[in-house]
Write a new protein. Sequence first.
Length: 415
Amino acid sequence: RRHAKPSAPQPPKHHTPVPMGVCASKTSTADTLIGGRVVGTTPPPFGVTWADRLIDAPIGTVVCFDNGSKKKSMMSLALEGDAKKLRENVGAKLLDNILPRIGIIWNELGVVKPIVHGNASVLDAIDLECISQVFGNTYVATSSNGNTHVFSLSYNFPTCVDYGFLYAEHIAQGHLPSPPGAGEIEATAVFRNDKSELMMLWTGRGGDSLKESWTRQAPFDYMTGGVDELKIELGRMVGVTGNPKWRTASSMQVHVNWPVVEFWFTSVYDGTESDGKVLTAEMDQTSPEAKAAFKSVLAKTTFGMGPSTTDIIAQYEGIKVEAILLLKDTGDNKVKAVLLGSDDEILGSLLGVQPLQEAKVAGMGNFGLNAGTPRFVNLAENSMYETFVPKSKFGTSGFAPAGSFASAIINGGRV
């Protein structure tokens, strides 16, 4: 593959620490509880409302997918003498070669173009659960086993003999430690604390008869893909629904808007996994069966304004929201909408925008956020027609903001 090797990414040279006085860091999650102290009323659930296109979906948003077979290797099965599993795995391993691991939102229809050029480890990663922007065009994606994949994206412009394409350049591969016996990592978020340190926050999924999960936070070194294990903060995350069949967390974002820090997250119910509900490929996310099988909650826990509180922003039926991206106002930095990505197994994946509006009472201040009706497009189906990848293999698991390459795409470049 022809490519121009991009230069090594460099972080911003200057960061201005936020003055905190004698207060402790509001981004600290040491001995804290995310998801606790739910206030206000729980809104009724939204169903799926279709849109022709999503004008608010940012073009160039980076997407990761939980593809990649976790089956045993061919050699292991051959040594075990299991001919049946060996035959099954041949198909799974061959299919792995064409399944997308990362891609970018290409247009308002929700079409995702997979990124296949490059030497980054993320292109062959197994079961990616989340992705974050480190800075600029540098990203880190994390697999369920805790392996991190740091890479940079660069755009090669089209020429008279070649299409343009995005190239993923490898930077590092590291690992995030989990508590002993805690299971897989489900969600991560990269952000800067009040000292302008680059931090990594990660958590398990919870559920499976547990009403809570663990959290870990530590300084993150993007050049190694690891964290400072001597500075790990231990915390907890509780399920906002109180139902142990719901996963405590399925996605997470940290929004720092001093003096307030918001931990946004989703929690999901998968009835096909926990209660044996059955769906078929002929159904879609608006069917009664899907509404009974898949449910999601969008919530946020706020630190910095007295005791932490949690608001349930919205509920959804028919989808499992596994990816969110906060869409912020460029003026006051407040969240004005949330990009939603679902992973609905055999039904595919949807892309949606959840509009938000501050609930204000004249003379009495702000009373939280009101969620308007979200609109969705069929990411998996529209992407399948463009890429010929089966719609069930577009299982969205994470979003990250677009880098500078997005301007080339918007201005007519081709990936």
